[in-house]
Design a protein around this ligand. Structure first.
Ligand SMILES: Nc1c(NC[C@H](O)[C@H](O)[C@H](O)CO)[nH]c(=O)[nH]c1=O
Ligand SMILES: CC(=O)[C@@H](O)COP(=O)(O)O
Length: 158
């Protein structure tokens, strides 16, 4: 279902376990920081709503979304972190660079989760333009950061 037909911040809550004692890593790409900071605010707010204290969250920044895979791996390999949330925003430009970044980071984040056998969440927006990004970072379509955080929580409830 396209995002335009659903709200990223709405979710079914049945089956969610208590995660207040679990520890989360959040990796935030600095590119398009207005958007990625909004994603982070959504993610941290969602974790707090589920009882996760600030001290149970480790935040690290990376330059761009391409680096989310390695940043996510740095955190996923830590025995004191139960799940990793990767937040980024890759906006289509004039060239095919967008395609290479999006493909690399999607595959990279997937590989990290499988390698370390723990949730590593793809919280990366891949819009055509800035407005589409803002609409999905606390705008009319909700917040991808909320979705990424609740996805991490649900995977820890597996
Ligand atoms: N254009 C965007 C980038 N580009 C930078 C890459 O992510 C990477 O940091 C660089 O290629 C060096 O390895 N990153 C984004 O997150 N969003 C963009 O729109
Ligand atoms: C996704 C990108 O790297 C992109 O913003 C770069 O823009 P361009 O393709 O016009 O060089």
């Amino acid at each position: 279902m396209a995002t335009a037909l659903k709200n990223l911040s709405e979710y079914q809550s049945e089956g969610i376990r208590d995660v207040s004692a679990r520890r989360f890593g959040i990796v935030v790409a600095e590119w398009n920081h207005e958007v990625t900071e909004a994603l982070f605010e959504g993610a941290i707010a969602t974790l707090k709503q589920h009882g996760v204290p600030d001290e149970n969250v480790v935040r690290k920044n990376v330059p761009g979304s391409f680096e989310l895979s390695l940043g996510g791996q740095y955190l996923a390999q830590r025995p004191d972190i139960d799940a990793v949330i990767c937040l980024g925003c890759v906006i289509q430009g004039e060239t095919r660079h967008f395609d290479f970044i999006c493909s690399a980071v999607a595959h990279g984040i997937t590989e990290v989760g499988l390698k370390y056998n723990k949730p590593v969440i793809f919280g990366v927006l891949t819009p055509d333009n800035q407005q589409q990004a803002l609409d999905r970072a606390g705008g009319k379509h909700g917040n991808k950061g909320d979705e990424a955080a609740i996805t991490a929580i649900k995977m820890l409830s597996f």
